[in-house]
Design a protein around this ligand. Sequence first.
Ligand SMILES: Nc1nc2c(c(=O)[nH]1)N[C@H]1C(S)=C(S)[C@@H](COP(=O)(O)OP(=O)(O)OC[C@H]3O[C@@H](n4cnc5c(=O)[nH]c(N)nc54)[C@H](O)[C@@H]3O)O[C@H]1N2
Ligand SMILES: Nc1nc2c(c(=O)[nH]1)N[C@H]1C(S)=C(S)[C@@H](COP(=O)(O)OP(=O)(O)OC[C@H]3O[C@@H](n4cnc5c(=O)[nH]c(N)nc54)[C@H](O)[C@@H]3O)O[C@H]1N2
Ligand code: SF4
Ligand SMILES: [Mo]
Length: 678
Amino acid sequence: MLETRHSVCALDCPDACGLLVQVEDGRGTKLRGNPEHPVTRGFLCAKVTKYLEREYSPGRLLYPMKRAGAKGEGKFTRIAWDEALDTIAARLKRVAQEWGPEAVLPYSYAGSMGLLNANGMDRRFFHRIGASRLDRTICASAGTAGLMKTQGFRYGVAPEDFVHSRLIIAWGANVLATNVHLWPFIVEARRAGAKFIVIDPHRNKTAAAADRHLFINPGSDKALALGLLHVIFRDGLEDPDYLSKYASGADELRGLVRDYTPSRVAAWTGIDAETIETLAREYALTRPSVIRLNYGVQRNPNGGTAVQAIAMLPVVTGAWRELGGGLQLSTSQAFALDRPALEMPELQQRSPLGREARLVNMSQLGAALTELASPPVKAMVVYCSNPAAVAPDQTRVHAGMAREDLFTVVLEQFQNDTADFADILLPSTTFLEHTDLYTAYGHYFLQLARPALPSPGETKSNFEVFQLLARRMGLEDECLYETEDEMIRTLLASGHSHLKGITLERLEAEHHVRLNIPSPYLPFAEGGFGGPEGKAQLGTEGLAYVPPPESRLGDENREYPLELISPKAHDSMNSTFGYQPALDAETGVAWLNAVDAATRGIASGDAVRLFNGRGEVFARAAVDGKTAPGVVAVPAVRWPKRSAGRAGLNTLITDRLTDLGGGATFYSCLIQVERCAN
Ligand SMILES: Nc1nc2c(c(=O)[nH]1)N[C@H]1C(S)=C(S)[C@@H](COP(=O)(O)OP(=O)(O)OC[C@H]3O[C@@H](n4cnc5c(=O)[nH]c(N)nc54)[C@H](O)[C@@H]3O)O[C@H]1N2
Ligand SMILES: Nc1nc2c(c(=O)[nH]1)N[C@H]1C(S)=C(S)[C@@H](COP(=O)(O)OP(=O)(O)OC[C@H]3O[C@@H](n4cnc5c(=O)[nH]c(N)nc54)[C@H](O)[C@@H]3O)O[C@H]1N2
Ligand code: SF4
Ligand SMILES: [Mo]
C-alpha cells in the first residue's frame, strides 16, 4: 500500500521544512518538501532529501546497552529496557543522596527542535529532581542577547518578504548552506533588480553567488557596523523622523561613531575605506533594504555587541518602515508559546533541593566536568547533542567524560563519540517516528508532526524515556505523566494574540499554520520595539570596538599567526551526519589562502597539521582563494573518532565566552599550519 504522510524536519535549521513522507507497506521510500508549505515550497536540502538513508542506516542504535569496556572505548552489551531504567533510576537517586541533586547535569541542545522531546518532558523531569540547569549557550545566546538589547524582540522580516527588497545583505549568513529556503526569495528579488551583498571571511557558495563579496576579518563586524553608522550620520542619511519617534539613544550613538572613520575601520576589518563608504551609502539609499544576519557573526568574543550594533542599522535608516526592509536574525520569539508552562521551572521548589538549581554553561562543559565543585558533576544525561564532538576545549571535555566516577547516560540514534562515553546508551526515535510541535527560527509557521514511520527495534522517544524514568524514581506529580497532546494544548494556551485561533485540531488538519500576525508583516514599521515606550535602544554601552583577544590584531598568542574559522558544512547538520564517509571528505579540508600556503610550502591536496597551544588536528589543504590571507576555514563538525588521535576540530577551540549571553567563541581561534607526512 502506498500513502503519503506529513512530517516536519526537526533538524536545527531556520527553515523547519514541512515534509511529505511516501510510505510503502510501512516503509518510507521517499521524502519531499511539502509544496503547500509557503516557505518549504516543495523542496528539501540535499541532506534531508537523503534522510531515509539515515533512518534505515545499519548504524542506527536499536536496543539499550550498557558499557562493557573502558570509558570512551565504545564497547557495549545489550540489556533490556527494564535493566537500563532501573540502573539509571538507582544511580541518579544515589548521586542525589550522596552529593545533592545538582550533581546531576542534563546536557542537550537542538538535535531535534521538537518542543516536547527536546524542551518539554526532559525539563520537567530534571526540574523535579533538582538537577543542575544547563545554560544552553552553544549556538545563539550571544546574538539573542545582542538583538534583544537593540530590538527587544527576536523576530523580523519574513522570508517571503525578501522578494520586495532591493538590497539584501547576507551578513555572516551562508544562505545556500544553512538557510536554503530563503534562497528562492533572494533570487526573485534579484530578478527584480535587487543587489545581493555578502559579508563573510569565507568565500562560500553564497558569497560566490553574490553581486559583491566583502572578505571581513573574523570578529570585526561590530567595527564595520560602527563604520557604516559613521558614514550614515556624517552624510545625513539617517531617518530623523523614525529615530525621534521610535528610538532612544540616537544622539549618544552619533557621538560614539564619530570616531569610527572608514580608514580606522578598514584597519580592523580588512575592508578598504572606499568600499565601506560605498556600502554605507548604498545601504542607506536603496529602499527597501534588508540584512539577513545569521549566527556566524556572533561566535567570537565581540559577538553579542556585534549583533547589537548591526541591528541598529535598520533603525537608524528607518529601513523597518517598508515591506521587505529591516533585518532577520531569528523569527522564534513570534511564536509566543507558553514555554514556562511546558518546562515548569517551579517544579524545582518541589525537588529535594527546594530552590532554583545552579546554572551550568554548556559552552564550558570541559571545565564543568573537571573543575566544578560543591557538588561536582557525578551524573550526566545527554540527549539531542553530541558534546564530545561539538563542544569547545575538546581535550578537557573528553577528559571529563572519561572520568570513571562520572555516570553518563546517552540517548542517541547513532554511536557517535558521546555515545562511546556512555555507561548506559539508550536508542532514540527520529523525528519521523514521534509526535512533536515545531516552531521555526526562519519563518512564521507553527507545525505539528505525528509519527510518519514505525520506530525500529526498541527505540523510544525522549518524551517517553523521561516519563519512564520519572516512574522508576517514584515521582508522583501528574504533570510528569501528561500526554503529548495535553502538553501541546498547554503550549498553545499562552493567550498571546499571535496564537489566536490556533488549536491542536487545526494543526492536525492543516499541518502548518501561519501565526496570527498581520499580512503583510511589518513588525517595526511604526516602532513596537521591546524597549521603554516601544522604542529601539541605541546608545553606546559596550559598543566600543576592541579586536578579539584571540585574533591577529588581538593581544594574545602571537606565536600562532593564522585565524581559524569552522563554518557549517554544506551537506551536514553539525555532527548529525558524521557517520558518513562522504562527510569526512567535506570536513577534512582546510581552506588556505595562496599566500599563506606558499610561505609554508603547501599545495592543494597536501596533508597539513593545524595546531596551537591546545592541541593539533590534521586535514587536507585546499588552496584557492576562498579565504583572505591570514584566515583558514575548516567546515564543521567531523566526528573526533574518525579523526587522527581522536582529536576533532574543537580540540583547537577555546572555551572563552562571548561578551553577551555567555556563548561559545568557535570562530575566534589562532593556529599555525604546517605541511606534514600523510
Ligand atoms: N548545511 C548545514 N546547515 C546548517 C547547519 C549545518 O551544520 N550544516 N547547522 C545549523 C545550525 S546549528 C546553525 S546555528 C545555523 C547557522 O547558520 P549560519 O550562521 O549561516 O552558519 P555558520 O556557518 O555558523 O556561519 C555563517 C557564516 O559566517 C561566517 N563567519 C564566521 N565568522 C564570521 C565573522 O566573524 N564575521 C562574519 N561576518 N562572518 C563570519 C562563516 O564563514 C559562515 O559562512 O545553521 C544551521 N544549518
Ligand atoms: N567547531 C565548531 N563547533 C561547533 C559549531 C561550529 O560552527 N564550529 N557549531 C556549534 C553550534 S551552532 C551548534 S548548534 C552545536 C550543535 O551541536 P549538537 O547540538 O550536538 O548538534 P548535532 O551535532 O547535530 O547533534 C545532535 C545529536 O542529536 C541526536 N538527535 C536528534 N534527534 C534526537 C532525538 O529526538 N532524541 C535524541 N535523544 N537524540 C536526537 C542526533 O543523532 C545527533 O547526534 O555545535 C556547535 N559546535
Ligand atoms: S535541514 Fe533545513 S532545509 Fe533541510 S529539510 Fe530540514 S529544515 Fe529543510
Ligand atoms: Mo547552531
